[in-house]
Design a protein around this ligand. Sequence first.
Ligand code: ATP
Length: 324
Amino acid sequence: MTVELIDIVKKYGKNIVINGITEKIETGEFFVILGPSGEGKSTLLKILAGIEKLDKGKIIADGVDITDKPPEKRNVAMVFQNYALYPNMSVRDNIAFPLKMRGMKKEEIMERVEKAAKLLGISEILDKKVTQISGGQQQRVALARAIVRNPSYFLLDEPLSNLDARVRTIARGELKRIQKELKGTFIYVTHDQKEALSLADRIAVLHKGKFEQVSDPKTLYEYPKTKWVAQFVGEFPMNFLPGELMKEKAQEIGFRPEWVEVGKGNLSCIVESVEASGESRYLICNFKNNNITILSQEFYDVGQEVRFKIIKYRKYNDGQLAQE
Ligand SMILES: Nc1ncnc2c1ncn2[C@@H]1O[C@H](COP(=O)(O)OP(=O)(O)OP(=O)(O)O)[C@@H](O)[C@H]1O
């Protein structure tokens, strides 16, 4: 199902949370809404679910105006941060619950539950209570419960955030696989840029009530449209230096920590702190009184001088990416 947002505006009193968003989400797309806390991500999902009313604008699903349709008429599945599973019920009963509520026949319920459980790899734990299973398994149960209803589109609000880092990485891969198998339209909210970059077909960066950039992950990372996006997306923010300092005809140049060669080159900086990351380390340096972060495979100590060369950079004027 395609989902179209047309000039969406949402206010809470005088607080304009969503300030005119227009975007079309395609069938089978994994669309991630990325932004820091408090930017209105959850509000936008609630609007799509029909839980929150709009102040202005329209929502069109597969060509039909659903702006005024209540949640139960939208055939949409929501998966939240806290899965809201029923602790006293078995996994099977949790998944079956929405179907029972609809008065579906027992055999069909069984069939759908088994199918969803198989897709999610939780067939073996169907008879356990949800209190007896891990966080990762609970997340899959919540997803199974969403899937059994054959929803037209899925709304997911940071569903992986209470899993620990290792499990989360695995769960991400799983989620992507499931979405592909279902060919489902997934609209997924997160404040975690890494999660967005690894899951999304397209990412919409929400800032000040608008989508500041909507791009595939590679373009978003390689060509951030604004300085704000450049510094929000990435393990470390993009480095910015005055264009003048780098003899460039732009107000600023931006480069990512890994867009450098370390150990040679005609630039040098002094290491102020070091952040280890697996095989490599981020050197936080002072470069002509500017703070920069560069990625190095070699060890360096605080206070040491590092020679480096910038191998790739972007130009920015007034905080906007300059046309090449
Ligand atoms: N029911 C409400 N009444 C009034 N203000 C609200 C309501 N819900 C949200 N807000 C405000 O709207 C803004 C956006 O909130 P929202 O929860 O959508 O942000 P978010 O990006 O999802 O944040 P987080 O990542 O922390 O969940 C915030 O300033 C919040 O205080």
